[in-house]
Design a protein around this ligand. Structure first.
Ligand code: AHR
Length: 524
């Protein structure tokens, strides 16, 4: 049994968790959980940017997934396919990170402006060695953001680019002056500057972005960042390259040397079933309960990593001015058989939906520090929202989690106490049930719940304190199997359905959560 309490602390949201000995549950019986909601105890705002996306020049994320070109037979707007645009609009995407990833530190932005047929090609050495024709560049990306009504988050090239190149890119995009760079933009068809709110100075500078030591990168960050200028009214939120997983030394060095210069510090963590970067990572669709459980525990380790980085950040920034930007997260499996290993194309199942939901609950829990998160990646790569095959498109189970959870965007965390039964597998134990509760600007309370066990239902006995709820409605996402998924032949096999398992009786709410399910309830 696990007890999770969440309530207001002086500087934000405090979560205390403790594990008590397990009381054995008969296998066929539903598990029992208890939840108390304190609707009068408010915590931090859940920054909508936690629901951000990441689109890299990798495999078929940009080309074919998003960009088909204006002359394509696939219906498009300014070259971006309409079916994908329509699906993305439903997610209320707050921000998209682009152009990488590892690609960003090889990307030279001037190759991606001007008439498309005249743009020089390059080889995408990181991802499959394919030729990149640079047809999707700065104008195309920022036009996409305008079409979706979202913020742009651009990753600058520190690894193989110059300070001048980065400085000029920012000027090209955001300056309204009568300057050579702003005039070049005008010559290329864009009169007014764009708003570019978020800018990263390098990506994975400890690895594909330059293999730097933290001390060296900390100096480089200061130098490059100096020339990322605020033009006109555009104010850049500067993100420094942060750590991978549990590397708190990187965080400590960056915070000690550069905290005053940055607005955000990044963190990357992926959930690999086998935990191995070298060998097999595990299949996206052919797996047993062992890999369900190992993916779950690696997903839950996001909580441990964020807690340890937050603790270091608190040492240097007690006011929590610097945000933790989890700008790469998600599941990472072996590529689908027969596909290019460099394209990172993987299917997406109910397991991915459960893992995405759990990650969101963790980000909500640390909402006083986590200012953004960007799932890797938006289309056709890793834990994608959308898969495409020529003119066909499907929404994945992960897409539906983003769609169901958008009610949490910019809402305020509410306090709760959850006593979850344990989910035991082999020698491991994890909480079977996870929850997050928030109130939106209109006063509606939303509760998201996950049953992370693949074979056992869970009954939640919930008490609602601090508000009088008159009605409860909800939706559920689940499937008959752990690997239930959508395919191009059955694109709607997994999608949200109305949820009838919640019964309200005064201040008591009983909820019957099927195994491997994600539920979002609205209380009014
Ligand atoms: O998301 C795929 C890759 O993973 C990114 O390009 C890189 O930053 C990370 O290693």
């Amino acid at each position: 049994m696990r007890i999770e309490r969440a309530w207001l602390a002086t500087l934000g949201f405090l979560v205390v968790a403790s594990s008590l000995p397990l009381r054995a549950q008969p296998a066929a019986e539903p598990l029992a959980a208890a939840l108390t909601i304190h609707a009068d105890q408010t915590g931090s705002r859940i920054n909508r940017n936690i629901y951000g996306q990441f689109a890299e020049h990798l495999g078929h994320c940009i080309y074919e997934g998003l960009w088909v070109g204006e002359n394509s037979s696939i219906p498009n707007t300014h070259g971006v396919r309409n079916d994908v645009l329509g699906a993305l609009k439903e997610l209320k995407i707050p921000v998209i990170r682009w152009p990488g990833g590892c690609f960003a530190d090889e990307y030279h932005w001037k190759d991606g402006i001007g008439p498309r047929e005249k743009r020089p090609a390059m080889v995408n050495t990181h991802w499959g060695g394919v030729t990149e024709n640079n047809h999707f560049g700065t104008h195309e990306f920022l036009d996409l953001c305008e079409q979706l009504g979202c913020e742009a988050y651009i990753s600058g090239n520190v690894g193989s680019g110059t300070v001048q190149e980065m400085m000029e890119w920012v000027e090209y995009m955001t300056s309204d002056a009568d300057s050579p760079l702003a005039n070049l933009r005008r010559q290329n068809g864009r009169d007014k500057p764009w708003r570019v709110r978020y800018f990263a100075v390098g990506n994975e500078s400890w690895g594909c972005g330059g293999n730097m030591r933290p001390e060296y990168y900390a100096d480089e960050f200061r130098r490059y960042n100096t020339f990322v200028k605020n033009h006109g009214s555009n104010r850049v939120y500067r993100v420094a390259c942060g750590a991978s997983d549990g590397d708190t030394n990187w965080t400590a060095v960056l915070m000690r040397q550069d905290a005053q210069q940055m607005n955000g510090l990044s963190l990357h963590h992926y959930s690999l079933p086998t935990g191995s970067w070298q060998g097999r990572k595990g299949s996206a669709t052919v797996f047993g309960e062992d890999q369900w459980f190992s993916t779950l525990t690696r997903t839950l380790s996001m909580d441990t990593f964020i807690a340890s980085h937050c603790s270091v950040m608190d040492t240097y920034d007690r006011q929590k001015r610097v945000g933790l930007v989890v700008d790469e997260w998600g599941t990472w499996y072996d590529v689908e058989p027969g596909t290019n290993p460099g394209f990172l194309f993987q299917q997406n199942t109910v397991r991915d939906a459960v893992m995405a939901s759990l990650n969101f609950h963790i980000f909500h829990k640390y909402a006083n520090r986590v200012s953004m998160a960007n799932i890797a990646q938006m289309i056709n790569v890793l834990q994608a929202m959308i898969l495409t095959d020529k003119e066909k498109m499907l929404r994945t189970p992960t897409y539906w989690v983003f769609e169901m959870y958008k009610v949490h965007q910019d809402a305020t965390n509410l306090g709760f106490e959850l006593t979850s039964p344990d989910y035991k597998f082999g020698n491991g134990t994890a909480a079977a049930v996870s929850a997050s509760v928030s109130r939106d600007a209109n006063g509606a309370v939303h509760m998201s719940l996950v049953n992370a066990t693949p074979n056992q239902a869970a009954n939640i006995s919930c008490k609602i304190a601090g508000m009088t709820a008159k009605s409860v409605t909800g939706r559920i996402l689940t499937g008959p199997e752990m690997n239930s998924r959508n395919t191009f032949d059955a694109p709607d096999a997994v999608h949200p359905e109305p949820f009838n398992g919640a019964k309200l009786d005064g201040e008591n709410l009983s909820i019957a959560l099927p195994s491997k399910s994600v539920v979002v309830l609205e209380l009014k």
